[in-house]
Design a binder for this molecule. Structure first.
Ligand SMILES: [Zn+2]
Length: 67
C-alpha cells in the first residue's frame, strides 16, 4: 500500500488512515498530525514549492477536510 511523506516532518503517512489532510491548489496533502497540518496551512508555499509556475500568480486557497 503506497504511503506519502508528511510534507512537514517527513514521516510516511498512509493516506487511507491519515489523521489530518489539507487541500491546497486543488491537491490533497496528508499529514501525520494536526500540528503538521497547521504548520503547512500557515505557509503552504514554503512546503510545496513552485514547480514551473512563476511566483506571484499562485493561488493561495486552503481548504480543510474534517474527519
Ligand atoms: Zn508531519
Amino acid at each position: 500500500m503506497p504511503t506519502v511523506d508528511c510534507l512537514v516532518c517527513g514521516v510516511a503517512v498512509d493516506p487511507e488512515t491519515a489523521i489530518a489532510t489539507a487541500v491546497y491548489d486543488a491537491q490533497t496533502y496528508h499529514f501525520r498530525s494536526t500540528d503538521c497540518r497547521d504548520a503547512f496551512v500557515a505557509d503552504p508555499g514554503s512546503y510545496v514549492g513552485n514547480t514551473g509556475t512563476s511566483a506571484g500568480t499562485q493561488r493561495r486557497s486552503v481548504d480543510f477536510e474534517r474527519l
